[in-house]
Ligand binder design. Structure first.
Ligand SMILES: [Zn+2]
Length: 417
């Protein structure tokens, strides 16, 4: 028998490697910055068995669906519905296929909309994970998705994303990568200003829609410092080659993005203030802490880990007073909070959920740090990050491997009470 490439043989056997089983998205976005109007054609290719039948896609309900096409789909129903975490902001697109249809799906949704002031200013249009501007499968908003994003903008406009464009000519910008399903990102502006790091290490860029301020230079220095610190600690087994800080100035929130970037929207963001430096360090660390489900207690794997990472950075940068103060605030907030394992957030108000997922989780990590010491603790974090840990059980397994069964039992107990 001739020697066939392994991937081909696996394909014949229906055992294609994981990379083949990844959803793929092809996105064409046309924007009119003057009116803040956009038009989008989103094609999702789902491997066989990637979604239950019928297939349901979530889309921002303020957008107008122009068409939904999918080979073999018998019926398509689009209507607003309630979705946990996004409340009543979504519409569901349900595609019905003939019974027993196990083939891969190709689904194309064409829609249009107008960005509100939350995502657009006179300087910028922001299509980010916060805009929720692409369709996604319920509870799979952070599923790793391979994408190609082409943005068409009028002459004179520039388009930036979490990475440089793979191609760019006459108003068409093409970006390719793999990231969370809802994270393909495009900022469109006529006034981008850029700063780039000159320090050794991974290149860091700050891209701002609007004029640069002295604080932005400090921001670049600090972001470069934070990335270098994480690459040698939490990220040392999964170090990143580059980083981008996006500053759209839409004044809403800050978010870490999986594709080596953060989206910080505050126009007066100033990391010379300790709490804002902590925000930056927290969001950058989400590059590594992003795999716990955001609709369950597993979210502590994102938020407590990001919070504690930012405190570790503060300590490493020499601000030991700040470290102690900020840690104490969180330890106090954790007192009396319910246990993390089994915490049912549907039975508690949001402030309590925050205390559990942020403060209590931070207190648990600090207790583990104190118990096992600096070297072992850093090894645990680096292993947890490299494995893209998505469950507390998987984290406990890592702790058992790195620090032994006694510490694993102790930690399980701490996480439960
Ligand atoms: Zn966070």
């Amino acid at each position: 028998m001739p020697r066939l490439p392994l991937v081909f043989l696996l394909g014949l056997l229906g055992l294609a490697p994981m990379a083949w089983a990844q959803p793929r998205a092809q996105i064409l976005l046309k924007v009119e910055p003057g009116s803040k109007h956009f038009w989008c054609r989103y094609t999702l290719r789902l491997p066989a068995g990637a979604a239950p039948a019928p297939v349901l896609l979530n889309l921002n309900r303020s957008f107008r669906v122009l068409s939904v096409r999918s080979p073999r789909a018998r019926q398509v129903v689009t209507k607003p519905y309630w979705y946990a975490g996004f409340q009543d902001t979504l519409q569901g697109i349900t595609l019905h296929y003939p019974p027993g249809n196990q083939q891969p799906h190709r689904i194309t949704v064409t829609y249009e909309g107008t960005l509100t002031a939350r995502y657009a200013t006179e300087h910028v249009l922001e299509f980010s994970r916060n805009t929720v501007w692409v369709p996604f499968l319920p509870y799979k908003e952070d599923e790793l998705t391979k994408y190609e994003l082409e943005v068409q903008a009028p002459a004179g406009y520039d388009v930036v994303s979490t990475r440089p464009p793979a191609a760019h000519r006459s108003g068409r910008f093409t970006f390719r990568g793999a990231t969370s399903a809802i994270e393909p990102t495009a900022l469109i502006s006529r006034d981008f200003q850029r700063l780039a790091s000159s320090a050794p290490g991974p290149p860091v860029a700050v891209v701002k829609a609007g004029p640069l301020l002295p604080a932005d230079t400090v921001l670049l220095t600090k972001a470069t410092d934070i990335v270098a610190f994480y690459n040698q600690s939490i990220g040392r087994r999964d170090a990143i080659p580059r980083f981008t800080v996006l500053l759209p100035g839409t004044n809403r929130n800050a978010a870490g993005l999986l594709d080596n970037a953060v989206d910080i929207t505050y126009s007066d963001f100033d990391v010379r203030k300790r709490d804002e430096l902590l925000i930056l360090a927290h969001e950058i660390s989400h590059k590594w802490w992003a795999y716990g489900s955001v609709s369950s207690y597993e979210e502590w794997l994102n938020e407590a880990f990001a919070t504690y990472s930012s405190l570790l950075y503060l300590q490493a940068s020499g601000d030991t007073t700040g470290f102690r103060l900020e840690l104490d605030t969180r330890l106090k907030a954790a007192v009396g909070a319910p246990g993390i394992i089994g915490f049912d957030r549907s039975k508690f108000d949001y402030p309590t959920t925050r205390r559990v997922v942020y403060a209590k989780g931070t207190a648990v990590l600090h207790a583990l740090h104190t118990r096992v010491g600096n070297d072992k603790f850093t090894s645990i974090l680096a292993a947890t990050a490299a494995q893209k840990t998505a469950t507390t059980e998987a984290f406990l397994t890592t702790v058992g491997q790195e620090a032994g069964p006694e510490t694993q039992r102790w930690l399980r107990d701490l996480l439960t009470r």
